[in-house]
Design a protein. Structure first.
Length: 479
């Protein structure tokens, strides 16, 4: 029994630095390629140009906050089309569910930005300080000229990578060449500087110092993923029934594990997979590469550590053979995720091709609902917000469809047509009038449809006869 004076045990544990050893193998190679691919996309995308004509930006991917639009190559998303962004987010979520239920934490191990940048920062660290043993020695030695020089160089390169990362992010929100010129001339908007500074510092801290702590303590994804995995999910495991008891191969009765610690030394999370599956394991496969290398050297079959499903583990323990991978992957849960993902994707593509290039809002003026003109004509007023979603000025014709005859007029213009400049929104006041004594004038309310037809713009891709209708009501004297 503890004495009343005894202080409670501390819940804080200082971080143990991890110095992953260099490793070669197919999973390491795959990670290099994925790193080059994802970083290449991230850094280079804002510099891709895309000709949209004289009135629109020529940046292929641009979140144009000032004009509230998102450009993605030939696709242009307006604020009222946010459902496209929502659909893409849903697809991204379903894709993650699919990959997690089929192959565990592959996102974490290969493509998560935290993993990719940490990998890059470790690469720099190894380049400056050497491999695992040299880095441990440098870490333990007192501060001297060598340590100052190497740490200084490492932190400088880290900072430059972090700066490029923060800089690349802000290039997605405005014309990249212009912003770069403004940054170099110290004329960029303060928001650009602040955003770049925050992203630079977080990248520097997360990739350089926090590393695996982000995955273990800060990220909610490992906890959520556990709910998506089942006994058929392929994940990393150590074949202890083959490896144990571990030790020297010269000792009779020992398993295949020679306890060389290669799997532990290469692990970026600093864990020993031989202790069983753990929350910290991001299933990066580097321990497989390390152990396969050891098995090659001692002349044992590869796969002591491997991607393996729990059901296969049970089978193998009983002397059976694992079932083919595709049988693990193709199961109701993954088929359902694939079907949902495909369904959302197809719906987005169909919506993209069917969407109208006219966005219009019709708001009846209610105060008063109608006015009687000097000659007895009944007039209703409507406020119209009409957006020209094309990169060229465009004419729009207004008309009305109703059971009883009505006339259309627009305040301040001759006839019922207006021109809206490229990519702009017009606010117009539209009048519907019913002749004295007509059905619409005498009835309390009549259902009407206001039609807006956009004139085709040569070369702008607008279809001839592109027209939309909005339902509304006409109030007569009977109301
Ligand atoms: S245990 Fe293996 S798969 Fe898991 S994080 Fe470490 S090296 Fe990667
Ligand atoms: S690398 Fe393989 S042989 Fe070496 S300790 Fe790990 S499991 Fe055992």
């Amino acid at each position: 029994m503890s004495s009343p004076e005894a202080s409670p045990p501390s819940l804080y544990a200082a971080r143990e630095p991890i110095f992953p050893r260099r490793v070669k193998g197919k999973f390491r190679t795959a990670k290099w390629w994925i790193m080059a691919f994802t970083l290449g996309i991230y850094y280079l995308t804002p510099w891709i140009r895309w000709d949209r004509g004289p009135n629109l930006p020529d940046q292929a991917v641009l979140v144009d906050l000032a004009n509230r639009r998102f450009f993605f190559f030939m696709i242009e998303i307006w604020p009222h089309e946010f459902y496209f962004v929502a659909g893409l987010l849903i697809m991204a979520g379903l894709g993650l569910f699919l990959f997690t239920s089929a192959a565990g934490r592959v996102w974490c191990g290969y493509a998560c930005p935290q993993t990719v940048w940490t990998d890059l920062f470790i690469l720099v660290e190894r380049w400056v300080e050497g491999d695992r043993n040299a880095r441990i020695r440098l870490h333990r030695q007192k501060w001297n000229g060598e340590k100052l020089r190497k740490y200084g160089l490492k932190w400088t390169v880290w900072f430059l990578i972090a700066l490029a990362t923060g800089g690349a992010w802000i290039f997605y929100f405005t014309d990249a060449p212009t912003l770069l010129r403004d940054l170099l001339a110290f004329e960029a908007h303060p928001v650009a500087w602040i955003t770049m500074l925050i992203l630079t510092l977080t990248t520097f801290a997360f990739g350089g110092f926090a590393r695996e702590q982000i995955c273990i303590y800060a990220c909610p994804w490992p906890r959520i993923q556990a709910a998506m995995m089942d006994e058929d999910t392929i994940t990393i495991a150590y074949r202890d029934w083959r490896g144990e008891p571990r030790g020297k191969q010269s000792v009779a009765g020992n398993g295949d594990c020679i306890d060389c610690m290669a799997c532990v030394n290469v692990c970026p999370m600093g864990i020993d997979i031989r202790n069983g599956q753990q929350l910290a394991c991001i299933t990066c496969g580097l321990c497989i590469d390390a152990c396969d290398d050891t098995m090659d050297r001692i002349g044992k079959p590869r796969g002591l550590i491997d991607y393996i499903a729990l059901t296969d583990e049970t089978r193998e323990r009983q002397g059976g053979a694992p079932i083919p991978v595709w049988k693990h992957v193709l199961r109701p849960r993954t088929i359902l995720y694939t079907a949902l993902w495909t369904g959302v994707g197809v719906a987005l593509v169909v919506a993209l091709f069917l969407r109208s290039a006219i966005d219009v809002n019709v708001t009846p003026v209610r105060n008063p609902t109608y006015v009687v003109l000097s000659d007895g004509t009944i007039r209703n007023t409507y406020d119209i917000r009409l957006r020209n979603m094309q990169g060229e000025p465009r004419w729009f014709d207004f008309s009305v469809a109703a059971d009883a005859p009505l006339n259309v007029a627009i305040e301040g213009v001759e006839g019922a047509r207006i021109e809206v400049p490229a990519n702009e929104t017009a606010h117009v006041r539209l009048y519907l009038t019913a002749a004295p004594g007509s059905t619409a004038a005498e009835a309390p309310r009549s259902e009407v449809q206001i039609w807006i037809e956009g004139e085709a713009v040569p070369g702008a891709g607008s279809p001839a006869g592109d027209r939309v209708a909005r339902n509304t009501v006409f109030n007569g004297k009977g109301g």
